[in-house]
Design a protein around this ligand. Structure first.
Ligand code: KIV
Length: 283
């Protein structure tokens, strides 16, 4: 009889009884001086592997618009996309700290909409937290409302991809004294609003260092130098799956694009020569 393909555990009563890591524990690790490791995940298989690889948190980034869907920006990503991928990540890594990005237009229009949308994300995915981009007083007010609802929020400053057109593309932010001071103000505002951590994307290392020293919550850098409380990378970039993307900050820890091409070539060769399937792979 053919073996059934094993699927990840579903949202059963057993899952409900699990003891999952909390955002408070995430903060505590940073307070103890441990550097935090955050990696993106978009599906159940990779979520399991990233969790088993020891990441402190899995970020279901709206970078899935680029990485998974092939869009040029994150702007086309919708709430339903994030819920679909967030739920898949949760099923793949039931014991992980999962943070889901709130996509463009789901939290900026009004606090009421933000509350409903952030609430839907945690309710329908099982994630413990959401991430919102920006540091304006309006965003800080929204973060406060979402935190008061009982949903932990991670902030995101520096290059914020949902504002890519306004920022003129993926450019380093916070260069120069005025811009650096503004970024520091934004970080303090997010901390005051109740954010449990802040992603700093494409920020000069010295500015990220100043912000990290100034706020009591962890900073998670991507292209923000070595002084943040932790680092985040997009999984497909760190695996070398996305070998057409080579920003200065990226270090690849595998060359999986070559592995994939090589494996498909080997499979193709076996099929074309009639080597596969052989008797050992037939019924
Ligand atoms: O969408 C994403 O993957 C992100 C990380 C790059 C921080 O926001």
């Amino acid at each position: 009889m053919m073996a059934a393909r094993k699927s990840a555990p579903g949202p059963t009563a057993a899952v409900a009884a699990r003891r999952r890591p909390t955002v408070a524990e995430f903060r505590d690790k940073a307070a103890r001086g441990e550097r935090l490791v955050v990696v993106t995940a978009y599906d159940a298989t990779f979520a399991r592997l990233v969790h088993e690889g020891g990441a402190d948190a899995l970020l279901v980034g709206d970078s899935l618009g680029n990485v998974i869907a092939g869009h040029a920006t994150t702007l086309p990503v919708t709430l339903d996309h994030m819920i679909y991928h967030g739920a898949a990540v949760r099923r793949g890594a039931p014991d992980a700290l999962v943070i889901v990005d709130m996509p463009f237009l789901t939290y900026q229009v009004s606090d009421d909409r933000a509350l409903l949308n952030c609430g839907r994300v945690v309710q329908e995915t099982g994630a413990q937290a959401v991430k919102l981009e920006g540091g304006s007083t309006a965003i800080a007010r929204t973060i406060r409302a979402v935190v008061d609802l009982g949903v932990p929020v991670m902030g995101h400053l520096g290059f914020t991809p949902q504002s890519e057109h306004a920022l003129g593309g993926p450019r380093v932010q916070g260069r120069g004294a005025t811009a650096a001071a503004r970024l520091l103000d934004d970080a303090r505002r997010l901390e005051d609003a109740g954010a449990f951590a802040i992603v700093l994307e494409l920020v000069p290392a010295a500015v990220a260092e100043t912000i990290t020293a100034a706020v009591a919550i962890p900073t998670i850098g991507i292209g923000a130098g070595p002084h943040c409380s932790g680092q985040v990378l997009v999984l497909h970039d760190l695996l070398g799956l996305n070998d057409t993307f080579s920003p200065k900050f990226l270090k690849r820890y595998a060359a999986m694009a070559d592995e994939v091409r090589g494996a498909v070539r080997a499979f193709g060769g076996d099929v074309r020569t009639g080597t596969y399937p052989d008797a050992g792979h037939s019924f």
